[in-house]
Design a protein around this ligand. Structure first.
Ligand code: ADP
Ligand code: MG
Length: 322
C-alpha cells in the first residue's frame, strides 16, 4: 500500500510520547523547545544514503536504527546528553510495511535515550535519511578533537574493525553462525557510546567517534590538535569473532581503515590511565593503542618496526563504499 505524505507523518511519526521541554512538536510549522540557562546546546547532523552507507535491501528497521545511532555517536563524542531529533526522509515510495519497520528501529533507539522526534520533512526521491540531533552539555565540559597534547596516550573503546568485517559478511551471504551474525550486527546496529562519552568529560584531552576508519579519523584528531600520533599495531583490541573468520591481514585492514565502528577514539594523559580504565563502568572495553607525539601525521609500528599502510580509510569524494 502506498501512503501520502500526511498519512506517513501522522501514522508513523506523529503521536509519540512527549518530553517536558518540547512545547510544540510535530504538526506545526516549526518546533518550540525550552532553552536552558545552565547548559549549552549541542547539535549534529548525519545523512545515510542507500548504496553508500548501507546496502540496497537492508531491513528498514536496521536503517531506522542506524540513521539515529550514527547521530547519537556524534553527541557521545562531544560528551553530550541527547534529547531530540528532526528527520528528513527521502523515499522512493510510501510503502506502509517499510515505514513500519523504519519507525520501529528508529524509535527503539530513540526511546532508550529519551530522544523525541520534533519535526522533519518527507519527500519522494532516492532513499536518503538525514537526522539532526540535539542535546545538552554542562558549560565548558564538552570534548573536542583539538585538545590532544604531546605525550598523551591514544585510546579506543570497544573493538575496532568489527563493523567493516560485518559489512564484508553482509556482502557475502555465505558465512553463517554466531560469529558472522555478531559481526553483521556490529555494522547494522552500532551502539552509540553515550554514557561512556559522558564519563570521558573529566579526563579526556580530545575525543571523536570512529566513523571513517581509525587512521583517517586519528589523522583528523591530530591535525585539529596540531600534533601527530604513533600507533602500535600489536596493541589493537583483539576480536575473537573476527579472528574466527578473517586472516591477520584482513583484520588489520578492517581495524585500521574499516570505519563504521562508532567507537570513541580519545586521548588522555598517561598518568590518568588508571582513571581511564576505571571509567569503563559501561563495560565497553578500553585499550591504549598509541601515543601522541610532535611528528606530523599518523604512523604505525608493528613488532617494533615502522609499518606502512596505504589504504587509510574512507573519503566520500575519493573512493567507493557499500
Ligand atoms: P511544512 O509544509 O510547513 O514544511 P510539512 O507538511 O512538511 O510542513 O510537515 C508537517 C509537519 O510534520 C511539520 O511539523 C514537520 O516538522 C513534520 N514532519 C514532516 N516530515 C516529518 C518526518 N519525516 N518526521 C517527523 N516530522 C515530520
Ligand atoms: Mg509550514
Amino acid at each position: 500500500m502506498s501512503l501520502g505524505e500526511f498519512e506517513i507523518i501522522s501514522r508513523y511519526f506523529g503521536s509519540r510520547p512527549a518530553r517536558e521541554d518540547v512545547r510544540v512538536g510535530i504538526g506545526d510549522d516549526a518546533a518550540v523547545l525550552d532553552s536552558r540557562v545552565d547548559k549549552k546546546l549541542v547539535l549534529a547532523m548525519d545523512t545515510i544514503v542507500e548504496g553508500v552507507h548501507f546496502l540496497a535491501g537492508t531491513a528498514a528497521s536496521d536503517i531506522g536504527y542506524r540513521a539515529l545511532a550514527v547521530n547519537l555517536s556524534d553527541l557521545a563524542a562531544m560528551g553530550a546528553i541527547p534529547s531530540w531529533m528532526s528527520l528528513s526522509l527521502s523515499l522512493p515510495h510510501g510503502d506502509a510495511s517499510w515505514l513500519q519497520g523504519f519507525a520501529s528501529g528508529l524509535f527503539e533507539l530513540a526511546d532508550r535515550f529519551d530522544v523525541q522526534l520534533i519535526g522533519g520533512d518527507t519527500v519522494r526521491g532516492p532513499l536518503v535519511v538525514t537526522i539532526q540531533v540535539g542535546g545538552w552539555i554542562e558549560a565548558e565540559s564538552w570534548l573536542t578533537r583539538s585538545g590532544a597534547k604531546i605525550g598523551d596516550g591514544v585510546f579506543v573503546s570497544g573493538t575496532l574493525g568489527e563493523a567493516a568485517a560485518g559489512l564484508a559478511l553482509l556482502r557475502d551471504r555465505v558465512a553463517s553462525g554466531s560469529d558472522a551474525e555478531y559481526l553483521r550486527s556490529r555494522f547494522l546496529r552500532p551502539e552509540p557510546r553515550v554514557s561512556f562519552g559522558r564519563s570521558l568529560r573529566s579526563f579526556a584531552s580530545a575525543a571523536m567517534d570512529v566513523s571513517d576508519g581509525l587512521l583517517t579519523d586519528l589523522g583528523k584528531l591530530c591535525s585539529a590538535s596540531g600534533c601527530g600520533a604513533s600507533i602500535d599495531i600489536d596493541s589493537l583490541p583483539d576480536s575473537p569473532p573476527m579472528r574466527a573468520l578473517f586472516d591477520e591481514e584482513q583484520r588489520l585492514q578492517f581495524s585500521l581503515a574499516g570505519g563504521d565502528d562508532y567507537e570513541l577514539l580519545f586521548t588522555a594523559s598517561t598518568d590518568q590511565v588508571r582513571e581511564v580504565m576505571a571509567a569503563d563502568r559501561s563495560g565497553v572495553g578500553i585499550t591504549q593503542i598509541g601515543v601522541i607525539d610532535e611528528q606530523k601525521g599518523v604512523r604505525c609500528v608493528r613488532k617494533g618496526v615502522p609499518h606502512f599502510f596505504k589504504d587509510t580509510g574512507y573519503d566520500h569524494f575519493m573512493s567507493a563504499k557499500a
